[in-house]
Design a binder for this molecule. Structure first.
Ligand SMILES: C[S@@+](CC[C@H](N)C(=O)[O-])C[C@H]1O[C@@H](n2cnc3c(N)ncnc32)[C@H](O)[C@@H]1O
Length: 290
């Protein structure tokens, strides 16, 4: 798979979801004040419509509104599930894989004394570094890596990652964009530098016809506005059943400690549920190395 020259657009989309939800959805359980700051002015427009509940009349704007609102609904339970798993298991190092515009390194006080690494494709990471320049606080260590091409272990070691110390790996919203062999190779690589006491928090999509239909609908909607869908350049390449993901992780020395559907998380948080199928097809699995 060739490395894209452009920064990820799906990373912007999920960041818009966090910005739209900040302080409004699940207050007290979810907050991300970094998200709005990481967006460009034109990317903030649809976010503000959602925050204001101002449904646009113009079709193209309406599509943007619905897309951001749907992302906000999905991203809150996803973030809360991952943040909870991160907080519950402190480690001296955290590696965020395919970090996109994730603001955890800046926003989580629990990471203040932790060495945080952000791994991403070079183009996405360049874009993130420019956007994050205005964020207050200590930036993470940036490690440019394409999972389909580069050696994760070497790149991390060159940036000061210690394989003999426990690491928490956060792998959120990335697995669908990788082929099955790329996912398996990445698990092999991270397992190779996971000391005992390490934790892997992975978000993945389960297979289902409604997911394929949703992707097609998103493309049609984008086409109706005269633009290309973000999934045209960043297509989904793999889905995993919970059993297949658990099997992959246990074969690499991990023990599954939690596996939750985001629909269950959303219900527990009492967040809006307009798209139950999307929520139900997204899972967060937590796995530990004894
Ligand atoms: C949907 S975004 C998720 C970003 C972030 N994890 C979040 O949840 O906000 C997908 C991210 O995966 C990264 N990604 C996709 N394929 C990749 C690859 N082969 N190697 C490294 N990163 C990749 C993209 O650059 C992008 O930042």
């Amino acid at each position: 798979m060739s490395t894209p020259l452009r920064a990820s657009r799906t990373a912007v989309l999920v960041c818009q979801g966090r910005a739209a939800a900040d302080g409004l959805i699940a207050p007290g359980r979810f907050a991300d004040p970094t998200a709005m700051l990481l967006l460009a002015p034109d990317e903030r427009e649809a976010v503000q419509w959602v925050r204001d509940g101002a449904v646009p009349r113009e079709w193209r704007q309406r599509v943007d509104f619905e897309t951001v609102r749907a992302n906000a609904e999905l991203i809150v339970p996803r973030t809360v599930a991952i943040d909870d798993a991160l907080r519950a298991h402190p480690t001296p190092q955290v590696v965020i894989l395919g970090a996109g515009l994730d603001g955890r390194a800046w926003r989580m006080p629990e990471l203040a004394d932790v060495t945080v690494f952000e791994v991403d494709q070079p183009a996405s990471q360049r874009d993130k570094r420019e956007r994050a320049a205005a964020l207050p606080g200590e930036p993470p260590r940036f490690v440019p890596v394409d999972f389909g091409r580069d050696r994760l272990v070497d790149a991390l070691a060159a940036s000061g990652h210690r394989a003999d110390r426990p690491t928490t790996w956060v792998w959120e919203g990335v697995v669908p964009y990788l082929t099955r062999p790329e996912v398996a190779a990445t698990v092999t690589a991270l397992a190779d530098c996971s000391a005992s006491g390490s934790r892997l928090i992975v978000n993945f999509q389960v297979p289902g016809w409604s997911m394929k239909l949703g992707g097609l609908l998103a493309r049609l909607l984008a086409a109706s506005t005269g633009r290309s869908s973000v999934w045209a350049t960043e297509p989904w390449r793999s889905t995993w059943t919970p059993a297949a993901m658990a099997d992959l992780l246990t074969r690499h020395g991990y023990t599954i400690s939690r596996d939750e559907s985001l629909l269950d998380t959303a219900r527990a948080l009492a967040t809006p549920i307009r798209h139950p199928r999307s929520l139900g097809h997204s899972r967060v699995m937590v796995a530990d190395r004894a």
